[in-house]
Design a protein around this ligand. Structure first.
Ligand code: ZN
Length: 103
């Protein structure tokens, strides 16, 4: 599944969709695009005491994924087999949260 991002028209940097200026060249000429949602688990943490709306899902993992195209995003893992460097891909986007699965 593809992941929505912004791309700088000046220097081709890939940026989070929340950005309004390029973090590399400060240009504000950004366009919405998508990148491949594939990457590797860079870091993770297990959540035991979850916020109210996720309490029924605890314990669960929050993972930091280093995408192949360079960006790091936080998300959740569908599954319980969590290890650093596990190849993952974007599985779904629910309530603006990224859910990854092993690939
Ligand atoms: Zn730029």
């Amino acid at each position: 599944m593809k992941l929505p991002v912004k791309k700088c028209k000046q220097c081709d940097s890939i940026l989070y969709t929340s950005k309004y200026h390029c973090t590399n060249c400060y240009s504000d000429e950004l366009e919405l695009t998508e990148i491949d949602g594939k990457g590797k688990i860079y870091s993770y943490t297990k959540i035991h005491a979850a916020p109210k709306q996720f309490a029924d899902q605890a314990p669960y993992y929050v993972i930091l994924v280093h995408l192949d195209q360079g960006l790091k995003v936080t998300g959740r893992l569908n599954g319980n087999d969590v290890q650093i460097d596990t190849p993952v891909e974007l599985d779904e986007i629910k309530e603006r949260a990224y859910f990854f699965k092993a690939r």
